[in-house]
Design a protein around this ligand. Structure first.
Ligand SMILES: Cc1cc2nc3c(=O)[nH]c(=O)nc-3n(C[C@H](O)[C@H](O)[C@H](O)COP(=O)(O)OP(=O)(O)OC[C@H]3O[C@@H](n4cnc5c(N)ncnc54)[C@H](O)[C@@H]3O)c2cc1C
Length: 465
């Protein structure tokens, strides 16, 4: 490439030379569409967007980035919440959404290979006729590549684990042009360092995931869902901990507080009791087995002051029962039109759940804030849905202080500053407190993988400006 050729022209030439190569866009609409995520109020515009169609496109993009020292930030669906996907240093936003192939479905070994751009909802639609599903459910219709890169989890993690438990193998393109195959199709292995697990959750800072082999699960033969209301948050938390202690492993175990139920009632014209509420789904070998679990659950609820609000046994009825839980985000947005939102995300040991919920309520009161509390409570993962008018600087400052106090509290009880949304830009401030000396080793690993610091620079282990 001759001197003076801009990196975007070099990109266009490199991708154009590939058979059916991807597309480089400098269009303002594409740049703006890759300048924000779902959680950060500020934007960061890339210099170009590459819409990759193949692993070769990814390798060609990385080669140009190396040659011209241009930052590259992988992009899945842009639904992450902590700034991880923002092209904070400009450069290339590498959109992987078109790599949406699905191959090698193995219904005996329970695996399938997918491109990183496959969306979660589409994947499960394609698996359903085979009696299989992929359990990790982050709520948003994210890509499998983005979900692996953030080690996503969600409503079903209490039963099936998150991405680290459900990705068996990866192909990864490194910044230096090598392509690694990590993991295997075996259900266990003692072989070598766990690099697959290192790449999962690395938020696009160590390599670009070009293909994933997923662990699938058979659809449960019978399920029942129930909705339980409690007199206060402590009673709901206590019920969730007791039922785990009894050895009941629900498919899903979710919590929302009273204000949130009220917001969903208004938004969806429902009439659920406006009390702290648990949603629980249980599976069984057959209907009788699932009902036996439900009977035990009713006993736990009764002992902790809970009342059964609803039960559902058919897919339609379950979908209606869960609609109130799944509608939380939309209901809250409707409750405060024009407000921006910011979702707090911490995870604590189950033994510290109750005191953490109280601490969160006290902290909101101290900063004169109201925010619904929702959580994947079976995992000890709590979210506060903060909201304020975008221009209300004083309110946002109070929100920052409150979320900061809550993150430090989570660390002080042996938890983590993020259960599932990742570090991105905003949570780097907790990395030293949470990881101590290990942060230095993480920075060494980043340098080993990416000596020019071009792949999603500044994120996760980056220094804070
Ligand atoms: C309403 C709402 C609810 C949510 N609830 C949850 C929840 O319950 N649980 C949860 O875990 N998350 C949740 N999220 C956050 C978000 O959906 C997840 O973080 C999701 O995993 C992001 O996937 P994505 O495809 O949108 O990734 P993006 O946002 O596009 O990218 C996320 C990160 O992954 C990197 N990346 C993307 N693709 C690749 C690739 N192929 N190779 C390497 N790096 C890559 C990006 O550079 C970035 O650092 C929620 C978000 C919203 C808006």
């Amino acid at each position: 490439m001759s001197e003076g050729v801009s990196w975007s022209s070099a990109l266009q030439a490199a991708l154009g030379s590939l058979e059916e190569g991807g597309r480089v866009s400098l269009a303002s609409g594409d740049l703006a569409g890759h300048a924000h995520d779902e959680g950060v109020p500020f934007t960061s515009v890339p210099g170009a967007v590459v819409f990759a169609h193949s692993e070769d496109d990814i390798l060609a993009t990385l080669a140009v980035a190396r040659q011209y020292s241009v930052p590259v930030t992988p992009w899945g669906a842009g639904t992450s919440l902590e700034g991880a996907v923002l092209p904070a240093s400009g450069g290339i936003s590498l959109d992987l959404g078109a790599l949406d192939s699905m191959a090698d479905l193995d219904p005996v070994g329970f695996t399938v290979r997918v491109g990183p751009g496959v969306r979660r909802v589409a994947l499960n639609r394609r698996l359903r006729p085979h009696g299989l599903f992929f359990p990790v459910d982050p709520g948003a219709d994210a890509t499998l590549g983005g979900m692996a890169a953030t080690n996503a989890s969600g409503t079903t993690t209490v039963r099936y684990g998150g991405m680290r438990e459900n990705v068996m193998a990866l192909r990864v393109a490194l910044m230096d042009g090598r392509v690694l195959k990590l993991g295997s199709l075996a259900r266990k292995s003692s072989s070598g360092y766990a690099l697959k697990q290192l790449l999962i959750g690395s938020e696009g800072t160590l390599g670009v995931l070009t293909s994933l082999t997923l662990r699938l699960h058979p659809l449960p033969p019978a399920t029942v869902s129930t909705q339980l209301a409690f007199p206060d948050v402590a009673a709901a938390v206590s019920a969730s901990v007791v039922l785990r202690g009894l050895g009941l492993v629900p498919e899903r175990l979710e919590f929302v507080d009273a204000d949130t139920v009220a917001a969903v009632n208004r938004h969806r014209a429902r009439h659920d009791p406006e009390l702290p509420t648990l949603w629980v789904e249980l599976a069984g070998r057959d209907a009788a087995d699932a009902e036996a679990g439900l009977a035990l659950l009713r006993e736990v609820a009764a002992e902790t002051g809970g009342q059964v609000v609803g039960e559902a046994r058919t897919p339609e009825a379950q979908s209606d029962l869960w609609a109130a839980r799944h509608g939380v985000y939309d209901a809250l947005r409707a409750a405060w039109p024009g407000h921006a939102t910011r979702i707090g995300d911490i995870c604590v040991p189950l033994s510290a759940l109750s005191e953490t919920a109280s601490f969160m309520a006290q902290t909101l009161a101290r900063y004169a804030l109201t925010a619904p509390l929702v959580g994947h409570i079976g995992d000890g993962n709590l979210h506060l849905l903060m909201h304020a008018p975008p221009g209300d600087a004083a309110a946002w400052e109070r929100i920052d202080h409150a979320l900061h106090a809550i993150a430090l509290h989570a660390l002080s009880v042996g938890g983590t500053c993020t259960g599932e949304h990742g570090i991105g830009l905003r949570k780097r401030v907790y990395m030293r407190e949470e990881h101590g000396e290990a942060l230095n080793l993480m920075r060494d690993i980043k340098t080993l993988f990416d000596p020019q610091n071009l792949l999603n620079p500044g994120k996760v282990v980056g220094e804070i400006d």
